[in-house]
Design a protein around this ligand. Structure first.
Ligand code: HEC
Length: 149
């Protein structure tokens, strides 16, 4: 006999204590599964030291004040999620090295520019924005055809 059917008595009455206990147990089991399943993106190569340095510079210079990843950030400049695959490293590097009339020149060294380009390259591998060719499975999980997963 299942847990649930035990909650219904012979006369059809519902044993509230039993039902409550079953729901609590389900909650605990489900929470434990969610909290222990981890969030590692196993399909991604680990971030290189250069990309890590680039991430630090990205944060130091507050690039996200004007730029977005996956649509989140400031809106003065374009989204940078896939700038490397859409425009290329040389193009991105040129903007970062010299700025434009609308983007400041941060006076970065060549190594710092290369690190930022490496970081943008890493972000590029994490997915596609805006999402294209996606399907929502019955489980509610969204799978995207051109995602690296
Ligand atoms: C004050 C706002 C601002 C900040 C801060 C800023 N940018 Fe920009 N960025 C822009 C704007 C605006 C553009 C579009 C420039 C244009 O078309 O003239 C741009 C363009 C770019 C591009 C080219 C994107 C494309 O698709 O054409 C890259 C790459 C870039 N920025 C990287 C960075 C990085 C890395 C930082 C931090 C070091 C940074 N930006 C900080 C405003 C900013």
């Amino acid at each position: 006999m299942s847990q649930f059917s035990q909650s219904i008595g012979e006369d059809g009455s519902i044993n509230k204590r039993h039902l409550f206990g079953t729901l609590c147990a389900a909650f605990v089991v489900y929470s434990a599964a969610v909290y222990t399943s981890g969030t590692d993106a196993t399909h991604l190569p680990p971030m290189s030291d250069e990309a890590r340095l680039g991430q630090t510079i990205y944060q130091d210079k507050n690039c996200m004040a004007c730029h977005q990843f996956y649509g989140l950030g400031g809106y003065m400049g374009p989204d940078l999620t896939n700038v490397i695959s859409n425009r290329g490293e040389a193009y991105a590097g040129a903007f970062i090295a010299s700025g434009t009339a609308r983007m400041p020149d941060f006076g970065l060294t060549q190594d710092e520019v290369a690190a930022l380009v490496a970081f943008l390259g890493f972000v590029d591998q994490t997915g596609t924005y805006p999402p294209r060719n996606y399907e929502v499975a019955w489980t509610g999980i969204v799978a995207q055809e051109d995602d690296p997963r």
